[in-house]
Design a protein around this ligand. Structure first.
Ligand SMILES: Nc1ncnc2c1ncn2[C@@H]1O[C@H](COP(=O)(O)OP(=O)(O)O)[C@@H](O)[C@H]1O
Ligand SMILES: [Mg+2]
Length: 219
């Protein structure tokens, strides 16, 4: 599967979720390639920290903030990997546009505040553009940085707002704001590898992982 985690808005957890899903997929025995499509190189730095700590499995990681380079590399190398996970973002990012045309699945993390929900409209336009080039892109929105309360009105509101954007399906596996996610991400660790283990963070990530990698794709 080629999975892009993208949002034109920053700070919504693209890198955090890309790193978590890539490591979890590698721990499940798959050959994974993580592509950092962001000039800031946050995902690259996390994977470098993982390598520095000699954590196994190591994760193949490359940084292609330039869209045409990303496209060319993925087209050339895709046969070597079971899964490619692309961390792409930025309003003016050519990497995001290139990634969408190549991807089977787009996952858009957003935070439960109205501004972020509106940013889905930006992403919806990009999804339309990608689908005009290549059929079959499946697009999902998932809450990240959700409130800890199980029945938060904010979370329910955000879910309802996704229903107003027909380009997206809502993935009902929210990730909540937890220190385990920020601590693990920076160190290049899966939450399951972090000590002490946060069982709630692990459970949320497992649920997201299962939902994403069980999505039926056409390609
Ligand atoms: N679920 C979460 N719980 C706690 N902190 C989070 C969570 N998701 C992201 N963060 C933190 O929020 C900040 C922005 O996340 P990041 O993944 O870098 O966003 P983006 O890549 O979309 O800009 C980082 O400091 C990250 O550690
Ligand atoms: Mg990022």
């Amino acid at each position: 599967m080629i999975l892009t985690i993208g949002n034109t808005k920053g700070g919504v957890g693209k890198t955090t979720l890309a790193v978590q899903l890539a490591i979890a997929r590698a721990l499940a025995g798959r050959d994974v390639w993580l592509i950092d499509g962001d000039r800031q190189g946050t995902a690259t730095a996390a994977i470098a920290a993982r390598a520095e700590a000699e954590r196994q499995p190591g994760i193949a990681c490359a940084q292609y903030p330039d869209g045409p380079t990303l496209r060319g590399q993925v087209q050339q190398q895709r046969g070597k990997f079971d899964d490619i996970i692309i961390d792409a973002g930025g309003r003016d990012s050519t990497a995001l546009r290139a990634a969408l045309v190549l991807s089977d699945v787009l996952l858009v993390p957003f935070a439960p505040r109205s501004y972020d929900v509106w940013a889905l409209d930006d992403m919806a336009a990009l999804v339309d553009e990608a689908r005009s080039v290549r059929d079959g892109l499946r697009a999902f929105a998932v809450l990240n940085l959700a409130d800890a309360g199980e029945h938060s009105a904010d979370n329910a509101e955000a879910a309802a707002a996704v229903a107003d954007v027909p380009q997206f399906e809502y993935l009902p596996t929210p990730i909540r704001r937890r220190k385990a996610f920020s601590n693990a991400g920076g160190a290049g660790l899966a939450v399951a590898e972090l000590a002490p283990r946060d069982p709630k963070a692990c459970g949320e990530l497992d649920a997201l992982f299962s939902a994403v990698f069980n999505i039926q794709i056409t390609a």
